[in-house]
Design a protein around this ligand. Structure first.
Ligand code: ATP
Ligand code: MG
Length: 390
């Protein structure tokens, strides 16, 4: 039996003249994500993207599960394909959907016919097939409003397709169609969620992580690498830069104003991330900040952080509660890694009473008293270790 995965477009279907380029992008992503599973034919027809395995050996369960992480797709179904002949369709539905039909008490047939040369109309097809299935599975009854199982039959241009209910796709926009941004990845709960949310809107990402050995451990860095691999099935391959941040951080500790330490450090991080963005073609920064979550995320502190450099800072979590962020972290399976207890450089040297309403003028004055900071930031960016997440 021949199987195919059918993917239905999400928001990109609304894109008018640009739609074609979005379709090409999502098909490219699909080909890439499935490449190591075997050969597939991926094409687009009638607003549906078809993914056809070219051999019987291919692991279709794995292909289907990977495709549920491809951004740009609203829904997916996995269908059996046959000739456009009623007897063949009926026999196929009975075998292909036997498990679903055996487990259900009620069902409904949904028939669609885009090939108008097929001799039965949709209504006739649904009735005939419904009758055949009732004969074959006598425990079933028809429920058109709330069926346990829906049987879809679609008569399309090239073939007939039989499938159970669709599953939800990842939504969003196809990877890289929105450009590229640098995500500041700590090992915490928030920043991987922020990365995922912006990747969902079609950004390709690069990661920037600040490590301050010996104050932070190798294990803390490994945690960020592990988190990056959790993001990989959604984002596709990306570069993770690990910035040796000890020298700027120690310098800020020793020469900055203690109650402003966190904001001074975050501005320093932003400037280093800006350098790595400019160098590697990213047009924005992404952080996991959420308004008022901690002292460095008050509006005043964010104003100061924003003024540190030129690139726009995207903060997808800004209006979310921790519980809402955690829910996404669990759904994308980053949560368990994020809660591993390894020190982040953000939590070292922090004063007991950081100023929650810093003014930009006092921040700039504090930075004016740190003349060597710029050179230390330049050196840290230049020394960043580049890890390929692939
Ligand atoms: P997270 O859970 O993402 O660590 P958080 O609530 O702990 O966030 P902070 O530690 O104040 O918040 O950090 C705010 C944001 O700054 C993070 O979401 C992240 O984008 C960035 N950030 C913090 N520490 C680092 C780091 N060591 N490397 C890279 N980015 C960092
Ligand atoms: Mg943190």
């Amino acid at each position: 039996m021949k199987e195919v995965i059918m993917a239905y477009q999400g928001e990109m279907a609304l894109k008018g003249l640009n739609r074609k380029s979005f379709e090409i992008a999502v098909m490219k992503t699909i080909r890439r994500r499935l490449a190591d599973l075997g050969k597939f034919k991926v094409y687009n027809a009638q607003s549906t993207i078809y993914v056809e395995p070219e051999s019987d050996e291919i692991d279709m369960d794995e292909a289907y599960s990977r495709m549920q992480k491809v951004f740009g797709l609203a829904a997916l179904s996995r269908a059996a394909v046959c000739d456009k002949d009623f007897a063949t369709i009926s026999a196929l539905a009975k075998t292909y959907l036997a498990d679903e039909l055996n487990a259900a008490k009620t069902f409904k047939v949904v028939a669609r016919r885009s090939d108008k040369t097929f001799p039965m109309n949709s209504m006739e097809l649904a009735c005939e097939l419904g009758g055949d299935l009732l004969d074959a599975f006598p425990h079933l009854t028809v429920d058109v409003h709330h069926p346990d199982c829906q049987v879809f039959v679609e008569i399309r241009d090239y073939a007939a397709y039989v499938h159970p209910d669709k599953v939800k796709g990842a939504g969003g926009m196809p990877t890289s169609t929105s450009g590229k941004a640098s995500v500041l990845l700590s090992g915490g709960i928030d920043s991987p969620v922020a990365a995922w949310m912006m990747a969902k809107r079609g950004l390709s990402i690069q990661g920037v992580h600040f490590a301050s050995p010996p104050y932070t451990s190798e294990r803390a860095k490994q945690k960020v690498v592990d988190l990056s691999y959790k993001l990989l099935p959604w984002t596709g391959s990306f570069k993770l830069f690990v910035v040796p941040f000890t020298e700027p951080q120690v310098y800020i500790r020793d020469h900055g104003v203690p109650v402003l330490f966190t904001v001074l450090m975050r501005r320093s991080m932003m400037r280093v991330a800006e350098k790595l963005s400019v160098r590697y073609g990213a047009d924005a920064l992404i952080t996991g900040e959420s308004l008022a979550q901690v002292a460095s995320q008050t509006l005043k502190a964010i104003v100061c952080t924003d003024a540190a450099q030129e690139l726009p800072v995207l903060r997808p979590l800004i209006g979310m509660d921790k519980s809402e962020i955690t829910e996404i972290a669990r759904a994308i399976d980053t949560f368990d890694i994020s809660i591993e207890p390894f020190e982040d450089c953000c939590t070292i040297f922090t004063p007991p009473h950081p100023k929650t309403r810093p003014e930009l003028a006092e921040i700039l004055a504090a930075e004016a008293a740190m003349p060597e900071l710029a050179a230390l930031e330049e050196a840290a960016a230049a020394a960043a270790e580049k890890i390929a997440i692939e």
